[in-house]
Design a protein around this ligand. Structure first.
Ligand SMILES: C[S@@+](CC[C@H](N)C(=O)[O-])C[C@H]1O[C@@H](n2cnc3c(N)ncnc32)[C@H](O)[C@@H]1O
Length: 257
């Protein structure tokens, strides 16, 4: 999965990518988080969602479930990395050393035009997250040894291109995670496009460079339809320090009934 040593997907990832609020795709490295967050807001704000949600490859982050926390009575976060899961657990337990997501909650509350207090919204998310579990998208049951009834909605952001060494394993991973979703359920998916690496905490994570067509076709072949995509190209740059990402692909899709 990685080169240049173990990639620190826990605290270092958080500090590097989320330590400064308002990094955007127009930044030098073209891998900012604002567009990601806008997409999650747009999806959950305009749709009609409810029930149970699983986030695949949550990493150490929570930005991706803040918008959803208004609508789901049960959210399961999952990741391969123990360090990443530990960061989420710390936040859930209000550990004094947990990462501070306050600005991110504030951002979503403002986007929603709500006058809700940040603490109330944080509490809503803490209440909704029922479990933080080990997950390996390369396994037929990614949450093995745990089994779950299929979920109504799945989120997965920037995980498959990290987890999968090649295209056949990517296709298998899509089929594997699809088993966790109900027929007719929705996936909300975000991916780097064209990136071969990302440097996190000085370690170089090797990514699978994928194109929009490949990703969309792979999800179609795994039985997804009504794929609604948004694509943001990264700015042209002459050197790649942190990542050589070429763009970001976001979509929602429905698992066939
Ligand atoms: C780039 S981070 C994405 C984290 C978060 N979803 C976000 O949007 O910032 C990629 C995550 O994929 C996880 N990962 C790598 N291989 C995996 C696998 N086989 N199964 C599940 N997660 C995996 C890593 O541990 C890491 O936390």
């Amino acid at each position: 999965m990685t080169t240049g040593g173990k990639v620190p997907w826990g605290r270092e990832y958080l500090e590097e990518l989320f330590g400064t609020f308002e990094e955007d795709i127009t930044s030098d490295e073209g891998e900012g988080s604002m567009k990601s967050m806008e997409f999650f807001h747009d999806v959950f704000n305009t749709g009609s969602y409810g029930g149970r949600l699983i986030d695949i490859g949550s990493g150490s982050t929570l930005y991706q479930v803040i918008s959803a926390s208004r609508f789901f009575s049960e959210i399961v976060c999952s990741d391969y990395s123990k360090d990443a899961r530990a960061e989420i657990e710390k936040w859930l337990k209000k550990d004094g050393t947990a990462f501070d997501w306050t600005e991110y909650f504030q951002y979503f509350i403002e986007l929603e035009g709500s006058s809700e207090k940040i603490e109330d919204r944080e509490q809503q998310l803490r209440h909704a997250v029922k479990a933080v579990v080990h997950c390996d998208v390369l396994q037929p049951n990614p949450t093995h040894p745990l089994t779950f009834d299929p979920f109504d909605v799945m989120i997965s952001a920037y995980c498959l291109e990290v987890a999968c060494p090649d295209r056949p394993s990517y296709a298998k991973a899509v089929a594997n995670i699809s088993t966790l979703l109900k027929p007719g359920g929705t996936i909300v998916f975000e991916s780097y496009i064209g990136a071969t690496f990302a440097v996190i905490g000085g370690a170089k994570a090797k990514l699978l460079p994928v194109e929009v067509d490949f990703v969309v076709q792979t999800f179609k072949e795994a039985g997804f339809s009504d794929i609604q995509t948004v694509y943001y190209p990264s700015p042209e740059r002459s050197e790649f320090k942190v990542t050589d990402v070429k763009g970001m692909l976001f979509f929602t899709a429905k698992k066939s009934s």
